[in-house]
Design a protein around this ligand. Structure first.
Ligand code: OAD
Length: 254
């Protein structure tokens, strides 16, 4: 028997999703696990096994050893480039097409939601495929970027380029966070998919939704700090759980 068959979807949840006008989905690294991208709190593999993400994903780490941090992100970028969106990403695209007011809030920097076809997206932690200048924060003109240095240098001010992602200790993009907070306060159903629910401020969103009276659904093979509070906890991988959930609420051709 596959995991998909073992996760039963409560009828009450199907009904609530079917009639919902406003839905928010929050995703984390777990939704991309089945696309072959390791989650943050999985052990790192290969060359990087001796580092912890928290030690590399900071401005201080970049200042201390810019080449090490650039190379780590370059290795993650190559993995992302080789990956394809999976059935979990695609189920959220289908859900967006069925819900009048749908927002996808993601902590992922891999861009797989956009590649799957999701349209209304709040990327809370940036996007690994973009770079910006560490000093002047301008996004470089790729065509003119000098690649002789690692990290490459900014064509405007000569500063070092860095990935356009949010590092520990940095502010989240205000627009994306504001949109996520507003939509969370107003949604009727909130899905929390593939996140360990430990990194703020994203970790607070499902709890805000609960306080505002939304139905909160967690999709995760393992328990998190949200599990005991969620209205429904669907224990399984996103690519196996999301497609039957969306299909049950919105049968094809229905
Ligand atoms: P984590 O690595 O902390 O958590 C991944 C979650 O996905 C865990 O709860 C797993 O149980 C779950 N999981 C694993 N496989 C899954 C699958 N196939 N389907 C569904 N769930 C699965 O990743 P995040 O919660 O995204 O921030 O981490 C949040 C933030 O911490 C990241 O955005 C990053 C990191 O430090 C920054 O870099 C700022």
């Amino acid at each position: 028997m596959t995991l998909a068959q073992t996760v039963s979807i409560p009828v009450e949840l199907i009904d609530r999703l079917r009639i919902a006008q406003r839905v928010v989905a929050l995703t984390g690294a777990g939704i991309s696990a089945e696309s072959g991208i390791p989650t943050f709190r999985d052990a790192m593999t290969g060359l990087w096994a001796r580092f912890r993400p928290e030690e590399l994903a900071t401005p201080e780490a970049f200042l201390h050893d810019p080449k090490l941090v650039w190379d780590w992100y370059a290795s993650r970028r190559s993995r992302v480039e080789a990956a394809e969106p999976n059935a979990g990403h695609r189920a959220l695209v289908e859900l967006e097409s069925r819900i009048p007011d749908f927002l996808l809030v993601t902590q992922n920097v891999d861009g797989l939601h956009a590649r799957a076809g999701s349209r209304r997206l709040a990327e809370l932690h940036g996007n690994i495929m973009r770079t910006k200048c560490f000093d002047c924060e301008r996004v470089p003109d790729d065509a003119k970027r000098r690649v002789d240095a690692v990290p490459p240098r900014c064509t405007h001010c000569g500063g070092r380029l860095r990935p356009d992602v949010v590092w520990f200790g940095e502010m989240l993009p205000a627009d994306a966070l504001g949109e996520a907070v507003r939509a969370t306060a107003e949604c009727q159903v909130f899905l929390s998919v593939g996140t360990s629910t430990v990194v703020e401020p994203a970790a607070s969103l499902p709890f805000s939704a609960l306080r505002a009276g939304a139905v909160v659904v967690e999709v995760n093979p393992d328990p998190t700090p949200l599990t005991g509070h969620a209205t429904f906890s669907l224990r399984g991988p996103a690519a196996s759980v999301l497609p039957p959930l969306v299909a049950a609420a919105f049968p094809a051709g229905g």
